[in-house]
Design a binder for this molecule. Structure first.
Ligand SMILES: *Cc1c(COP(=O)(O)O)cnc(C)c1O
Length: 382
């Protein structure tokens, strides 16, 4: 074995010994709910396709039509020749939805965060991040070269303390948080966070990957906090929107600067036209179908009520089991009943908090939600 291969095998062996090994499992998704894995049909509670739009006929038709008109790929970076005509329409729609002046669409949410944060923070600056914020916020913060400080999850007092400690020495400061936390399903107190940020002359970026299309009538988490001042509204087109891509909404000059300087926009090929067209069609569905938008939260609340858990705040409900082995065992038991809930283990979540992360979507029949609650109940008592 050469040394690189030996290194890889030793790392894998170590992960396996800790029940932290992972692997890809081919999954055929028939719609937002039914999947086939390993020859078995199951109901998935692990897709972020909250509104089932990845398989919506109008969304698929828009993607197909865009391929016919503009081809399968963008052909170049958006700054070269990849800025096909659908981009402007999508950015206008997103800006409108977020009551912002302008928007910029990226290749993915991860690319967006890795590009936005270094556009506004660099060496000598300060980035303050909720400790449970998504991995790509951390990636962008570290990439920026700024000082990066964590504050305790949703703890506005700790945020204020961290800013009081580090703000003065920094050039400018950026506070970033998820709107809805991806592995916990809780919501950031954006009004209080915004107030503290302003008191310390810090900017605020909110990553609303799991709020868009689900909360605030589809507009996202910020709609629940009308008094919050949010400088950068970031999100993804890959969850409730059902396709692929990321975005940020802000003032026109902020967006103009991002389009000039964000390296994950400048030095990468534009999204395929089909993805942009699909997102536009998905936003039409969200605007036209308030009942679909309301459904994921209704399903998650039906589930938490059935189990006597604190009322769900979003479409995501965590069942924290602690040890990685416990999460694996619980997920295997659910799978045996035809319910797919992928276990989430460190490093995606902090050590000792392995969990079932349950995501509810508009297409889940109430009967399936109730069946899941019955199947999860025995695991709560342990
Ligand atoms: C999924 C997710 C992202 C990444 O978005 P992609 O479009 O999948 O790259 C960013 N932030 C949060 C909070 C997420 O959950």
């Amino acid at each position: 074995m050469d040394t690189l291969t030996r290194y890889a095998q030793a790392k894998i062996d170590g992960l396996e010994a800790q029940s932290l090994a992972r692997g890809l499992k081919p999954t055929h998704r028939f719609d937002g709910v039914r999947v086939e894995r390993g020859g078995r049909q199951m109901i998935s509670f692990s897709c972020n396709d909250y509104l089932g739009l990845s398989h919506h006929p109008a969304v698929k038709a828009a993607a197909v039509a865009a391929i016919g008109l503009y081809g399968a790929g963008a052909g170049a970076s958006r700054l070269v020749t990849g800025d096909h005509p659908l981009y402007g329409r999508l950015e206008a729609r997103l800006a409108d939805l977020k009551s912002a002046e302008a928007a910029c669409v990226f290749g993915s949410g991860y690319l967006a965060n890795a590009g936005i944060i270094p556009t506004f923070a660099g060496p000598g600056d300060l980035v303050v991040v909720d400790e449970l914020a998504h991995a790509c916020i951390w990636a962008g913060a570290r990439l920026s070269g700024a000082e990066v400080v964590a504050f305790r999850h949703n703890d506005v007092g700790d945020l204020a303390a961290k800013l009081a400690q580090a703000r003065r020495a920094a050039g400018h400061a950026l506070v970033t948080t998820d709107g809805v936390f991806s592995m916990d399903g809780d919501i950031a107190p954006l009004d209080a966070i915004s107030q503290v940020a302003r008191e310390h002359s810090a900017w605020l970026m909110v990553d609303d990957a799991h709020g868009l299309g689900v909360l605030g009538g589809g507009a996202g988490t910020a709609r629940l906090f009308p008094d919050a001042h949010i400088d950068l509204h970031m999100g993804t087109l890959s969850k409730a929107i059902g396709g692929y891509g990321g975005y940020v909404c802000a003032t026109a000059p902020a967006i103009e600067l991002i389009k000039m300087r964000a390296r994950t926009l400048v030095y990468t090929t534009g999204l395929p036209p089909a993805s942009v067209a699909a997102a536009l069609a998905a936003l039409d569905v969200i605007a036209d179908e308030p009942a679909r938008v309301a459904a994921p939260l209704a399903k998650s609340r039906r589930f938490t009520a059935a189990l006597g858990l604190p009322e769900a705040q979003s479409a995501i409900v965590p069942i924290v089991l602690g040890a990685a082995e416990a999460a694996l065992a619980a997920a295997a038991a659910l799978e045996a009943e035809g319910l797919l809930v992928v276990p989430i283990r460190p490093p995606t979540v902090p050590a000792g908090t392995a969990r079932l992360r349950i995501a509810f979507t508009a297409g889940h029949p109430d009967e399936a939600v109730d069946r899941l609650a019955d199947a999860v109940r025995p695991w709560l008592a342990r």
